[in-house]
Design a protein around this ligand. Structure first.
Ligand SMILES: Nc1ncnc2c1ncn2[C@@H]1O[C@H](COP(=O)(O)OP(=O)(O)OP(=O)(O)O)[C@@H](O)[C@H]1O
Ligand SMILES: [Mg+2]
Length: 238
């Protein structure tokens, strides 16, 4: 199976070379666990490798995202300027709709940003798509509606040959009974928890599923540094 680098070399090793190409990988975790930074690594690597990328940002403006990337040594600006990377302004559309709805008394359906339309607009020659955060599209839907929508997006992006990261917050993931897990080809969970031996809170990465890939079920420990995500060598301390 062909692979594409995740942008984190230690993770590439764990995944026999990277994400399976043309598939959807789900990334979940509570707030602040590093999901957005995880996506930035993938985008930066893909841009360096000359791939065409689309980022659908539902929770922050492209400007904020670029600043965050730059601070972590993952500068994306040159690729945005050259058109190799497109950042969709979903966040502004979504919040503008909420503002309009409040002013003119529209119902909640008016607030919805149509994710299917956004995905349809992804150009056919796109190699990599990151959707951060899928959770905002889940809140107003039944679990069945959400599952149907996820499956449809999956099929649309697979048809375009895109390797996709679905980033989803823990609350929406739980609210939708974790159905997105079944729909995705692979699943990565990020978490912060206490090390039972030292009492120190640490960042962990778990890969519960990656089809067509031999994976270790051991949790990996990582740090977020000024150079982004760095895995610890097993047994080493911060
Ligand atoms: N330069 C840095 N050095 C060290 N840690 C950093 C740095 N920049 C960010 N962080 C850490 O990364 C965390 C945020 O990561 P990120 O934005 O990827 O989380 P997230 O899972 O996307 O959160 P949310 O669900 O709220 O969007 C911050 O809480 C901060 O602790
Ligand atoms: Mg985030």
């Amino acid at each position: 199976m062909e692979r594409i680098s995740t942008g984190i070399s230690e993770l590439d090793v764990k995944l026999e070379g990277g994400y399976p190409i043309g598939k959807v990988i789900l990334v979940t975790g509570a707030s602040g666990t590093g999901k957005t930074i995880f996506g930035l690594h993938f985008l930066r690597r893909s841009c360096i490798d000359g791939r065409k990328c689309v980022h659908i940002a539902t929770e922050e403006s492209p400007e904020d995202l670029l600043v965050q990337a730059e601070m972590l040594g993952l500068d994306l600006r040159p690729y945005l300027d050259s058109g190799q990377l497109t950042v969709k302004r979903v966040f502004e559309t979504r919040t503008y709709n909420v503002e309009q709805a409040a002013e003119f008394g529209f119902g909640s359906k008016m607030i919805d940003v149509d994710i299917l339309k956004q995905v349809k607009l992804v150009p056919d020659d796109t190699d990599v798509v990151v959707i951060d955060n899928m959770g905002v599209f889940a809140l107003d839907l039944s679990v069945k509606e959400f599952r149907d929508r996820i499956d449809t997006i999956n099929r649309m992006l697979a048809g375009k040959g895109c390797t996709t990261l679905f980033i989803m917050d823990e609350a929406a993931y739980k609210l939708t009974h974790e159905v997105s897990e079944y729909s995705a080809y692979g699943s990565i969970k990020l978490m912060v928890k206490e090390n039972p031996y030292t009492g120190v809170r640490e960042r962990y990465l778990d890969i519960p599923k990656m089809r067509s890939t031999k994976i270790s079920l051991d949790l990996a420990v990582f740090d977020i540094t000024s150079e982004g995500i760095k895995f610890r060598k097993s047994g080493s301390k911060a």
